[in-house]
Design a protein around this ligand. Structure first.
Ligand code: C2E
Ligand code: CA
Ligand code: CA
Length: 721
């Protein structure tokens, strides 16, 4: 997913959430507002409803003096008096009380007096009201006919709002009754029917009493609903419509909402701003996340120390190069590069220096290669290059450039290191050959380059495979042999000029379960190149320590590889072995080669001094084959030189060999060192060496390497003539 996409998603989410919250709050507020408003309306309606009933009662009560009156029975029922009616009903009820119309009905419900709009009018005017009043009249008569009800009531009134000629009026029918002792003619009394427009008597009064806004009388359809107004039903028209008092109710919810609106606006603004800020921080976080994802991706595919491709990316590119080869014929080259003696730099100068060197190598490789090449650090000091679209000549040229580029001195913060490398090259034109195979072949070629002496490159050749396989299997077997303590030690006598044994040299032996005896000339270099020389040397030394305890007065020589000397733990291990076996350092002569001194470095020099301090003596092995530099002999605490057997072999016939041997002996003498001649096979050689002044001898003539048990019982083999 790309960044825009993620941003859009985050934005959508936050905006959606904010909008949702605002909507929800808005909805809740609206519901609450509506609810509050509805409750207020209901309340007002109930209040007005009660008020209405009260008002009607008031109106009715106002009529009582006129309808509970002996004189009215006399003048209206016993004997109708038009003038009395006009004065007491018309002028009082219609005039003083303010009724629009007032009628008197006789016991038979026939109108006998009518007063409308301030004037006496013909009784027939009642016809306008007859229909609307009829049910009220019936109701009153029903009460009148029930003596119990009449007795319970002080006055009998029935009122209702009716539509008369389109105008809502309150019609009240009241039974006229005596207040003292008057009697009606018949069983029924006369009735007073009054009518007054509702608007006049109610709207104003209610508006004032209940503070109603825009109160008005209206005639509405029965099912009419209007949420904006409140209404109280006053009555019903003949056609079923409702006569109502309606007004605009107070809306506390809406008012609250209105007064809260500025606050709400601020809250919404704040929410929007908050969302924006949230979006911004989230976007930043997401950006960081994506960056770190890219970083992680880079880390997953690159070596952290050098920034070069790692094995994963390398394999990927190799697969890719193979795919290209299928489409476009050509060659792919793979170079495996191994730094020569990198481990020594690491061991001598420390890991920081090692890292520095690796980085420098990466820098140089990057400068040597083209952009299309993939440079990879496979691990440790191993590098590889994929050269797509090349030729064998192109690969060879690159390999040479790498060998040249990675040779010479390198300045490290801690000192100078000498850099060189070996390169194995594999070139294929065949897309069907697996990419893993390509890398393996380059690796095989690399082994060959190293074997051939390092600082060079080698192309893969099919016969290398067999040799490498053998080497690999030997390496595996050597490891197993060490684990199972299968290496043994043979001892070869060292004698004085009379053939008297004065010492022995411990020589490692490996009897391979299938291959038989394997020469140390093979497995010692193998152990040195695959990092096993430490364990091999330690095993031999431990064995020699134990064996030395059997012999008294015999000096035991033990070979120490140059690689062992550069190991910082070497001396501690030696000391531990001495302690473990109770052997004495003074018994031992440690044989080192000149190449060990060549490695030089203060590390080796210090190691030699410490060994000397521990009581060991030191011999320079194979002397004469290397530099034979006098400076080394002076500098290091050497006790003895061993003349290499290649010189001894050509004695005494070869004049040059005689000269070298003679020179070595006199050199040793002048430095106060002993000399031992190696590889003495004949009596003639022995005699010649004795003549030259050599004092110690080793060779088949004097004794072959043999098991420790055989040493104790060995008599002197040769007599001096
Ligand atoms: P080196 O230290 O020069 O050991 C002497 C070698 O010469 C031995 O070979 C020995 O068998 C051989 N030799 C002795 N007398 C004669 C002779 O009269 N004629 C001939 N032609 N050879 C003779 P070996 O045992 O095969 O060892 C070969 C090399 O392996 C040794 O050479 C030494 O460099 C190395 N080596 C053996 N054991 C050890 C060990 O424990 N540690 C280390 N670092 N190297 C060892
Ligand atoms: Ca030796
Ligand atoms: Ca030797």
């Amino acid at each position: 997913m790309d960044r825009r996409n993620i941003e859009l998603k985050i934005f959508g989410l936050i905006a959606g959430m904010a909008a949702g919250m605002i909507l929800l709050a808005g909805f809740a507020l609206t519901v609450a507002t509506r609810h509050a408003d509805a409750r207020e309306r209901d309340y007002e309606q109930t209040l007005v409803g009660n008020g209405l009933r009260q008002r009607i009662e008031e109106i009715q009560t106002g009529l009582n003096p006129y309808v509970i009156w002996d004189e009215a029975i006399h003048k209206l029922d016993n004997r109708f008096d038009q003038a009395w009616a006009s004065q007491n009903i018309g002028a009082s009820v219609g005039g003083a009380l303010g009724y629009e119309a007032a009628f008197v009905l006789d016991a038979a419900d026939k109108p006998i007096y009518a007063h409308v709009a301030g004037k006496d009018v013909s009784s027939t005017t009642f016809d306008r009201y007859a229909f609307q009043a009829s049910s009220l009249v019936n109701d009153v008569r029903a009460i009148e006919s029930d003596p119990k009800k009449v007795a319970a009531l002080h006055a009998v009134h029935k009122s209702r709002v009716e539509l008369v000629r389109g105008e809502p009026v309150l019609i009240t029918v009241s039974l006229i009754r005596p207040d003292l002792k008057a009697r009606t003619k018949g069983p029924r009394g006369p009735l007073l029917v009054t009518s007054t427009p509702v608007a006049k008597i109610m709207v104003k009064a209610f508006s004032e009493r209940f503070l109603l806004r825009d109160a008005a009388i209206a005639v509405v359809a029965a099912d009419a609903v209007d949420a904006a107004v409140a209404q109280s039903v006053l009555g019903r028209s003949a056609d079923g419509r409702r006569i109502v008092l309606r007004w605009v109710p107070r809306r506390p919810g809406a008012e609250l909402l209105r007064s809260a609106t500025p606050m709400l606006a601020i809250a919404i603004l704040a929410a929007a701003m908050g969302s924006f800020l949230l979006f911004r921080t989230t976007r930043r976080a997401a950006k960081k996340l994506l960056l770190s994802e890219a970083e992680a991706k880079h880390l997953a595919l690159h070596d952290p120390l050098t920034g070069l491709a790692n094995r994963t990316l390398f394999t990927d590119r190799l697969v890719h190069a193979h795919a290209l080869l299928r489409r476009k014929p050509g060659h792919i080259g793979v170079l495996c590069i191994d730094l020569d003696r990198f481990k020594e730099v690491n061991d001598t100068y420390g890991h920081d220096a090692g890292d520095q060197l690796i980085r420098e190598v990466a820098r140089r490789l990057t400068a040597i290669c083209r952009d299309t090449d993939t440079i990879c650090r496979l691990g440790g000091d191993e590098f590889a290059i994929i050269q797509p679209d090349t030729s064998p000549a192109g690969a060879a040229s690159l390999a040479q450039r790498v060998v040249d580029g990675l040779s010479g001195e390198v300045d490290l913060s801690i000192g100078r290191a000498v850099l060189s490398c070996s390169v194995g090259v594999s070139v294929v034109a065949d897309a069907d050959q697996g990419q893993a195979e390509l890398l393996r072949q380059a690796d095989v070629a690399l082994y060959r380059a190293k074997e051939a002496g390092r600082g060079r490159f080698a192309f893969f050749e099919p016969e290398m495979d067999a040799a490498l396989r053998l080497r690999k299997s030997l390496e595996r077997d050597l490891r197993a042999a060490l684990e199972h303590d299968e290496l043994t030690v043979a001892y070869q006598p060292l004698t004085d000029a009379r053939g008297e044994m004065v010492g022995v040299e411990a020589l490692a032996r490996w009897n391979h379960p299938e291959r038989g005896e394997i020469s140390p000339g093979i497995f010692i270099p193998l152990a040195e190149s695959c990092g096993l020389i430490g364990p091999v040397g330690a095993a031999v030394f431990r064995r020699a320590c134990y064996d030395s305890l059997r012999w008294s007065g015999l000096e035991v020589s033990v070979n120490v590889s140059a690689i062992q000397l550069t190991n910082p733990d070497f001396i501690d291990e030696i000391v531990a072995t001495l302690a473990e076996t109770s052997a004495r350092a003074e018994t031992f002569m440690l044989e080192i080669t000149e190449t060990a001194l060549l490695k030089d470095g203060d590390g080796v020099h210090d190691a030699l001094r410490r060994l000397k301090r521990l009581g060991f003596r030191l011999a320079l092995d194979d002397f004469g084959t290397g530099y034979a530099s006098l400076a080394y002999l002076r500098r290091h605490p050497i006790d003895k030189l061993k003349i290499d057997r290649s010189f001894v072999a050509s004695l005494p016939g070869n004049g040059e060999a005689m000269a070298v041997a003679s020179a070595i002996v006199s050199l040793a003498k002048s430095l106060g060192l002993k000399t031992t001649a190696e590889g003495v096979e004949t009596q003639n050689q022995m005699d010649a060496l004795v003549k030259l002044g050599c004092v110690e001898f080793q060779g088949y003539l004097l004794g072959r390497p043999m098991p420790a048990e055989a040493i104790a019982s060995t008599p002197s083999m040769v007599r001096v003539r």
